[in-house]
Design a protein around this ligand. Structure first.
Ligand SMILES: Cc1cn([C@H]2C[C@H](O)[C@@H](COP(=O)(O)OP(=O)(O)OP(=O)(O)O)O2)c(=O)[nH]c1=O
Length: 199
């Protein structure tokens, strides 16, 4: 049955082009409505708890203005030990983040939440090991502009691929939406996954 409600059954509560592209590639029909929330971590908050809280909050805010819809949201953060690395504010902070990640293994967490017609949230963890980076490599990479708007100041799917020596776990989780876990969540929720070819 095709009713008007079916057209907006799934809402992506995100301004991230990466998340939109992932969902489109899966052939899902959805609308986009970004949630603007305070992303300040609580003192001592661990990465998994932090991304779960933010994903739930984003989904809840948009669910309130989208009656009857399944609302999907996500949040990604990089953790180096107990230190959370969000989006760098400027090139100097991007340089500092990349310097701290050089030659080390860090954790990337994405929280994924559904709210509205179905409530569930989960966090997915991927371990990423960086090569030893020279100051020149870091400067060049910061100069490309890619670190802006990326948790941990890098994009594994872009030029930032050169930074990475090893990855354990879901690659799409690092980019901002773990595809396997998200599809399983949408299936549990009963969101129709009928595939339609992407144009
Ligand atoms: C580590 C890493 C992060 N990122 C991105 C994914 C996320 O979009 C971003 C982290 O910011 P988020 O706060 O998770 O998301 P967002 O602000 O882009 O979008 P919204 O809150 O509206 O959903 O960093 C990459 O694209 N590649 C990477 O390798």
């Amino acid at each position: 049955m095709h009713t008007h409600a079916d057209q907006t059954l799934l809402v992506l509560a995100s301004g991230s082009p990466r998340r939109r592209d992932f969902l489109s590639q899966l052939g899902l029909t959805f609308t986009v409505s970004a949630a603007d929330i305070d992303e300040t971590p609580h003192p001592g908050e661990e990465a998994a708890a932090y991304v779960l809280r933010l994903a739930r909050e984003k989904a809840r805010v948009v669910a309130e203005r989208s009656p009857g819809a399944f609302v999907l949201a996500a949040d990604t953060t990089v953790a180096l030990g107990m230190t959370l690395l969000g989006k760098p504010q400027d090139p100097a902070e991007a340089r500092a983040m990349l310097t701290s990640l050089s030659g080390k293994t860090h954790d990337v967490y994405t929280g994924v939440a559904l709210a509205g017609r179905y409530d569930e949230a989960l966090a997915v963890h991927t371990r990423v090991t960086f090569r030893e980076l020279s100051a020149g490599e870091i400067d060049w990479y910061v100069g490309t502009g890619e670190p802006v708007d990326r948790a941990g100041a890098y994009a594994i799917q872009g030029k930032g691929g050169f930074l990475v020596a090893r990855i354990e776990g879901s690659p799409t989780n690092v980019v901002g939406l773990p595809l396997g876990e998200t599809l399983a969540l949408l299936t549990r929720a009963g969101v129709p996954l009928a595939w339609k070819p992407t144009p």
